[in-house]
Design a protein around this ligand. Structure first.
Ligand code: ZN
Ligand code: ZN
Length: 346
């Protein structure tokens, strides 16, 4: 199979011919129809993710067709169109049994713990626990865009933050995660505020439903700006970027008993940010992480999609080839283009 491959961190990946994968006992092989590019692929390639062992094939936001199944697979067959959450549970531990596959200690992550989907084929373990059947009306590129950022945002906004109608939701960072969060909060009846340094991204945020936007490079104080718009602070705030400044602001701009959700990854030198803990205590703030979403929660998300309440395909800015994904991956940290890139030609 053709795949993007690297033997060293920070060195340009190559497109290589590699042996086709075989399914494990409980796993399948998926012919990749689409695979999204994500900032976590860039973190992985930079060497920030301890799960990655070299050499490596990245890629974790995928959709495609099952072409081979292991003997233990009961719920899926060759020809099924599927996607998979980027954190896949083992199905056997206490976290998985409690329905929290997204924090399974034995987790399978395509593109991190195992080779991923920047390739013609990808092997997925624990298929019965993690694969999601795709309805016909959702195409591969749209489905691929759900697996990581959109699903993580869905869990962050709907499940972790318990966002409801009328809530003010501040979203710090209007990349793929942030725009998804704005779209989901809006679909849930909340009022989203998009915050970013780029006017282009803020314009996109308004298209996704943001009722207000704040350009952090032109206001004196982001926290004060949020407090003013919301008359006292946000009910829910999301750090969708993953930076000490956005994390701090996201907690600081909450109203009493507000909920902060950290979705943007905090890796390397940013792993231990300072946060306004006195306010967390005095105002009884709630601080959550959000990392992936269980396969069984896709039903709720897909139902909202099918009803037309959210349109994640709006977030797809570019459909690219596997070859074009090499420079795309290497420059993801500097990307100023709003929206996401999806590989649709392998
Ligand atoms: Zn991702
Ligand atoms: Zn497990």
């Amino acid at each position: 199979m053709k795949a993007m491959f690297y033997e060293a961190f920070e060195k340009a990946p190559e497109i290589r011919n590699l042996p086709d994968p075989e399914p494990s006992f409980g796993g399948v092989v998926v012919k990749v129809g689409a695979s999204g590019l994500c900032r976590s692929d860039w973190h992985g390639w930079m060497g920030h993710d301890p799960d990655i062992r070299l050499p490596h094939v990245p890629g974790h936001e995928l959709a495609g067709k099952v072409v081979a199944t292991g003997k233990g697979v009961m719920r899926f067959k060759i020809g099924d169109r599927v996607t998979v959450p980027f954190v896949s549970g083992c199905g056997h531990c206490s976290e998985c049994h409690s329905g929290n596959q997204q924090v399974c200690p034995n987790q399978f992550q395509p593109g991190f713990t195992h080779w991923g989907s920047f390739a013609e084929y990808v092997a997925i373990d624990y298929a019965d626990t993690n694969l999601v059947h795709l309805p016909e009306e959702i195409d591969d590129a749209t489905a691929a865009s759900l697996g990581c950022r959109f699903a993580t945002s869905f869990r962050a906004v709907a499940d972790q933050a318990r966002t409801g109608p009328g809530d003010w939701v501040a979203v710090h960072g209007c990349g793929g995660v942030g725009l998804s969060a704005i779209m989901i909060a809006t679909a849930l009846g909340a009022n989203a505020i998009g915050i970013d340094l780029s006017e282009d991204k803020l314009a996109f945020a308004r298209q996704c439903g943001a009722v207000a936007t704040i350009n952090a490079s032109t206001v004196a104080d982001v926290v004060e700006a949020v407090r003013e718009i919301t008359k006292g602070g946000a009910h829910v705030s999301i750090d969708a970027l993953g930076h000490p400044v956005t994390c701090f602001n996201s907690i600081k701009n909450l109203r009493r008993r507000g909920r902060h959700v950290q979705v943007g990854l905090m890796l390397g030198e940013h792993a231990t940010p300072s946060i306004p803990m006195a306010q967390v205590i005095g105002h009884e703030l709630e601080i959550y992480g959000s990392h992936g979403m269980q396969a069984w929660r896709y039903d709720a998300m897909l139902a909202m999609l099918k009803a037309g309440r959210m349109k994640p395909q709006q977030l797809i800015a570019k459909r690219i080839t596997l070859e074009e994904a090499v420079p795309g991956l290497m420059t993801l940290d500097k990307s100023e283009t709003p929206g996401i890139s999806v590989i649709t030609t392998f």
